[in-house]
Design a protein around this ligand. Structure first.
Ligand code: KPL
Length: 292
């Protein structure tokens, strides 16, 4: 299969590197990472230890069977615009937050929703580290079975990527949102690794954000219980205890965060007040406006 990974940051490079063991992969990203991959290939370390030689470019190729979209949520519209001239059979979002698939589908056909729990860190240009083996779940954005998702799932599994083809993607996206709404802003504001959320007072704050998110999911007709959301949060905190959340990485690097697509999305969709998500979003946005 011809796979283009649009957004070759840490996660995109890891998934692209894993896929390149079996498929023809093109990484689309920015220099100096892309230049390093062109010069010396992509080394995948951490839980793996191999080097692959995917194609690497700063703009999409003219065609591919599948595009894996791994850009930050706020770059989704740009990704859709950039991919419009690429002849594609399927597009799968592996991004944080809600609403990415709808945005891609305004310009692209064959859009699938996806979640990815692999941990990844870009160590230096041309080198990515797998900090935790997780899985990709993908399927139709509105739920239900999808022949396209089955095809993509088979291709990812052939490459040794742990993959579930799911018929309940809305529920999975909300569950992941609950986890991100708890972990990302709390770790970013407190400047701690994920594992620090196992203890009070941060555990309580992250748990309340996850519970509020589950309540908003239910308001939207998605069956996600408070206890299930908090259990998912606790499991990710434990599994990724030594990891730096993507939002803390963004804050440390002085970059824009995904707060709008995470806690902002919870606030925007809520029928009743969500004070914890509103407060966390407000604090992170205040940091973005002031300190960046
Ligand atoms: O997805 C993540 C992120 O950092 O964005 C979690 C699950 C919180 C792992 O760090």
């Amino acid at each position: 299969m011809e796979i283009v990974v649009f957004g070759a940051g840490s996660l995109g490079s890891l998934v692209g590197g894993l896929c390149a063991r079996e498929h023809h992969v093109t990484l689309v990203g920015r220099d100096p990472h892309i230049q390093a991959v062109r010069d010396s290939g992509l080394h995948v370390g951490g839980a793996f230890d191999f080097t692959v030689r995917p194609a690497a470019r700063t703009d999409p190729p003219p065609s591919a069977d599948l595009a894996l979209v791994t850009v930050k949520a706020f770059d989704t519209d740009d990704a859709a615009r950039a991919l419009v001239d690429c002849d594609l059979d399927a597009v799968c979002s592996l991004q944080n937050g809600l609403g990415n698939e709808e945005r891609l589908a305004t310009r692209l056909d064959g859009v699938l929703a996806g979640t990815c729990t692999y941990g990844a860190r870009l160590v230096e240009p041309g080198r990515v580290e797998c900090t935790g083996i997780g899985e990709i779940a993908l399927g139709a954005p509105d739920g239900g079975r999808s022949a396209c998702a089955e095809r993509v799932g088979r291709a990812l599994r052939r490459a040794g990527v742990e993959t579930t083809v799911a018929d309940d993607m809305p529920r999975r996206l909300w569950k992941k949102l609950a986890v991100n709404a708890g972990i990302n802003p709390t770790t970013a504001l407190a400047r701690v690794e994920n594992g620090a959320l196992a203890d009070e007072p941060l555990h309580g704050i992250a748990g309340d954000a996850a519970r509020e998110t589950a309540r908003v999911a239910r308001e939207q007709g998605v069956d996600l219980g408070d206890d299930e959301a908090v259990a998912a949060l606790d499991a990710v905190v434990e599994a990724t205890a030594a990891n730096t959340s993507s939002m803390l990485q963004d804050v440390r690097a002085g970059r824009r965060t995904e707060i709008d697509a995470i806690n902002g999305a919870v606030v925007d969709r809520a029928d009743a007040p969500v004070p914890v998500n509103r407060t966390l979003a407000g604090l992170v946005r205040a940091w973005e406006a002031g300190d960046q």
